[in-house]
Write a protein that binds this ligand. Structure first.
Ligand SMILES: Cc1ncc(COP(=O)(O)O)c(C=O)c1O
Length: 370
């Protein structure tokens, strides 16, 4: 397995960081393309292009693959033979982790939050979960716990992190070597996926051709990597992360903690290098209304770009909403939106009825000879 590892030569501008990976695994198809996007609702004077990180692969698609290049390299380098991670029932990260692990010969154990009945016989066979099952991941259905444990009036309540840790101990005692990855792969190792992605953006001329970069943020890893790299390179892009869960403080704290951990805490604050756009979670993480799904259809049917309901649709709602309400929030007029993937979340069945009742997606008739 270690034959898969490649030597990682980090960009010169990262030499000041105190933890630089020495290896990576080539998993993502990159560079991903950038092209103009004729998105409706963009005010006159602004232009929007799109970076297609939804095209980092097929079953391995989206932003998570870039993080896994460094996370799974660390797993292989440290002699692990399986991975343990967690997320929502339709987690893109867990799916990408399960597929990539299997490709490199590792088993995967996924703790998936499942609201309601924890009955495995009723578990879905669609979207990301279909792929988890196809690659033989060991799936554990768990209630919707937070990642970190917390103390309340009943005492300490274990979070998913604790459950994964106990489970990893059990695997170890049976002779396995597990590698635990946090929710969304957003730790100091996973962040390198988007430090490296920033080098790719520079090679593509983004610093000269654009003023602002906008994307959806869920666990903060993409935001950490891009904002820190933008700062380190002295590029003058403005980085905007649209929150699809939690709130702005949560993401500023996450990036702040990361700055601290990499030895930059005394040089710069997260609020200086990142703009977290709040107010676009809608009804909450993973929840969408019929109106949202109609907008997703409108964008797909007018531009050919297919968004996912949980992340990228909300990222675009944040972009369009702020361009309209608060255009001075952007540094300039040339915007690059990063499509972070998530396509399989669209296959969970919730869009079926809207498709049938929307004229443009219901152009299905039986052909009759003219
Ligand atoms: C499709 C998609 N886009 C964006 C994100 C957010 O990225 P991050 O977790 O790095 O904030 C995620 C995962 O959380 C995702 O699956």
């Amino acid at each position: 397995m270690s034959a898969l590892l490649q030597k990682y030569v980090a960009p010169d501008w990262t030499t000041c960081l105190n933890k630089v990976p020495s290896t990576y695994l080539k998993l993502a198809l990159r560079p991903t393309p950038i092209h103009p996007w004729r998105l409706h609702g963009v005010p006159d004077g602004f232009s929007v292009s799109i970076k297609r990180d939804d095209l980092t692969g097929c079953t391995l698609s989206g932003n998570k693959v870039r993080k896994l290049e460094f996370l799974l390299a660390e797993a292989v380098q440290t002699g692990c033979n399986c991975v343990v991670t967690c997320g929502g029932l339709q987690s893109n990260f867990c799916r990408a982790a399960a597929v990539a692990s299997r490709q490199i010969g590792l088993d995967s154990h996924l703790f998936l939050r499942c609201p309601g009945n924890l009955d495995p016989s009723k578990a879905q066979c669609n979207g990301n979960l279909l792929l988890d099952r196809l690659v033989g991941a060991n799936v554990f259905l768990v209630p919707p716990l937070s990642y970190e444990g917390k103390t309340n009036e009943l005492g300490y309540v274990a979070g998913l992190k604790d459950k994964m840790s106990t489970y990893a101990d059990k695997l170890r005692s049976s002779g396995q070597k597990p590698y635990n990855m946090p929710v969304g792969g957003s730790n100091l190792t996973g962040m390198w996926g988007y430090i490296e992605a920033f080098r790719e953006l520079l090679d593509q001329g983004v610093a000269e051709q654009y003023d602002d970069i906008v994307f959806a943020t869920g666990s903060g890893g993409t935001a950490s990597g891009l904002s820190i790299a933008n700062y380190l390179t002295g590029s003058k892009l403005k980085i905007h992360a649209v929150a699809v869960c939690d709130n702005a403080n949560y993401f500023y704290d996450h990036v702040g903690d990361t700055l601290e951990a990499i030895g930059m805490g005394d040089k710069v604050k997260s609020t200086d290098i990142l703009d977290v756009v709040d107010g676009y979670k809608g009804q909450g993480y993973g929840l969408t209304t019929d109106k949202d799904l109609r907008q997703l259809i409108e964008i797909a049917s007018s531009t050919g770009i297919v968004l996912d309901p949980t992340y990228t649709l909300k990222g675009v709602q944040g972009l369009l909403g702020e361009l309209k309400k608060n255009p001075t929030r952007f540094k300039g007029k040339r915007i690059l939106h990063i499509h972070t993937g998530g396509i399989f979340g669209l296959y969970d069945g919730r869009i079926t009825e809207i498709l049938k009742s929307t004229p443009v997606t219901n152009r299905i008739t039986v052909f009759s000879e003219p």
